[in-house]
Write a protein that binds this ligand. Structure first.
Ligand code: GAP
Length: 449
């Protein structure tokens, strides 16, 4: 894969995320857990905003998609029917010399642990084993006895919770085909080679939607969802120049068509999948019918016929989109008239964790009181920070670095005439606004973004 024209900002982001409370390594005080991450105070807000934007676009703003929150633990037969027990495998090779473990089908993306300039198997001392199939599902036991009969899996995708509830949702809501079911939830995969921060982890969140359609109409729905999902990525601020479609060269056994939406993460990582759009045919409902013995047919009343619907799936990782949003937003720039440049997270205002920060220019003349009162008022409408420590320049820089779109300063003039300055993160333009108009002003600016 050719290197990206965008710079590699991953190391700087990892450090910013830790310093500012976006993302921490899991169990850090014990040396960390491999490729598992915790979202700090700002990270949890950012990821929640990403999920809220998705839920709004996919469920609340539509009358043809219903929401669902299915359990992580499911009947073990679900994973036999879905094909995961037999087929959710990656080929694994070990190196007897360096003890490294690699995906046999992705050796070109891996580095020998002793000779990082070579790929595994290419250095003289490498001793790779034969590839063996490794199932990516995490197994655990239900109940107090650890025996084969009590094996359950942590779900590797949320989709199956939707398939098995297809008729529950359809009959309780009286939806007519075509309609969809959407869900956000945790998924787990025992990845052989996780990495690149929160890009590939063993515990992650998916936002999936299955759209049930009449067979024969699937190609049209597939095209619709391909375009609709790209529009959503644009709407949360991902740069169109960093997004592209990629058709799957090899289709999974159940798929009739599949496209990824890829984002350019910069550096050598370059374009990588953030979302998959799949035409899954009637494979999943058909298999669950077969394995459960229960009919999963839709009754088309006007035409008096029953059929198993086809499914168009949109499947996107909440963590991967969060990472894409961070990479997309990170920039370092010079500030006119200042020696030190600034680091900015130019997050789209709709997903920025904090929408506004309020400062008092000095700690006297009633400025802190007025600023605190204004911050409390704004906090009722959206997440708002109050900061009175350090120079005003430092306070602006701190907010730039965490991506706060607006900074409001109470200064000497404010206590005299009741106005404050509102500074735009991106243009650095400062408007003077009456303090009692700030909320309306921000509402307008945030909704226009
Ligand atoms: N139900 C279909 C499905 O799960 P997938 O392509 O395996 O399809 C969909 O996964 C999305 O889930 C990916 O595009 C990615 O955003 C996210 N994803 C998958 N594995 C992941 C992992 N190990 N870490 C983080 N996100 C992951």
């Amino acid at each position: 894969m050719p290197a990206s024209t965008y710079p590699d900002v991953m190391d700087k982001l990892v450090s910013l995320c830790k310093r500012r409370g976006y993302i921490f390594q899991s169990s850090e005080i014990y040396g960390g857990t491999g490729s598992v991450w915790d979202y700090g105070p700002l990270g949890v807000e950012l990821k929640k905003n990403v999920k809220d934007r998705w839920w709004h676009a996919m469920v609340r703003a539509r009358d043809d998609i219903e929401g669902l929150d299915a359990a992580i633990l499911m009947h073990p037969r679900v994973w036999e029917a879905s094909g995961h027990v037999a087929g959710f495998v990656d080929p694994l090779v070990d190196c007897r010399t360096c003890k490294g473990r690699f995906r046999a089908d992705k050796l070109e993306d891996a580095r020998c642990l002793q000779k990082p300039s070579r790929q595994p198997g290419q250095a003289e001392q490498c001793q790779l084993t034969e590839a063996r199939q490794f199932n990516l599902m995490f197994k655990t036991f239900m109940g107090p006895v650890e025996e084969t009969a009590s094996v359950v899996y942590l779900r590797p995708e949320t989709a199956q919770g939707i398939f098995v509830n297809f008729l529950n949702v359809q009959q309780s809501t009286r939806q007519k085909v075509p309609f969809g079911i959407a869900q956000i939830g945790k998924a787990f995969r025992n990845e052989i080679t996780p990495g690149n921060f929160i890009f590939r982890t063993r515990e992650f969140e998916q936002m999936e939607m299955q759209f049930f359609v009449e067979p024969g109409t699937d190609a049209g729905h597939f095209e619709y969802w391909k375009e609709e999902r790209m529009r959503w990525h644009h709407a949360i601020g991902l740069a169109p120049s960093r997004l592209q479609y990629k058709a799957h060269e090899q289709l999974a056994h159940y798929a009739r068509a599949a496209f990824d939406i890829e984002f350019d993460f910069g550096g050598t990582l370059g374009f990588q999948e953030i979302e998959g759009i799949h035409n899954r045919s009637d494979y999943d409902l058909g298999r669950h019918q077969e394995y459960s013995g229960k009919k999963l047919e839709y009754f088309d009343q006007p035409n008096n016929r029953r059929y198993v619907p086809y499914v168009i799936e949109t499947s996107v990782g909440a963590d991967r989109v969060t990472l894409a949003a961070l990479v997309n937003a990170y920039r370092e720039e010079a500030v006119p008239g200042e020696e030190e440049g600034r680091v900015v997270l130019g997050l789209h205002p709709s997903i920025a964790p904090v929408k506004a920060a309020v400062f008092a220019l000095t700690k006297k003349d009633g400025q802190p009181e007025m600023a605190r009162k204004l911050a409390a008022e704004l906090r009722r409408a959206f997440p708002t920070d109050y900061d009175e420590t350090g120079s005003i320049g430092k306070r602006y820089r701190r907010q730039d670095e965490v991506g706060t779109p607006f900074c409001i300063t109470v200064d000497g003039q404010s206590t005299a005439d009741g106005t404050v300055t509102v500074r735009d993160r991106d243009t650095l333009v400062q408007d003077r606004v009456a303090a009692d108009r700030v909320r309306a002003y921000l509402d307008e600016r945030l909704s226009a973004a």
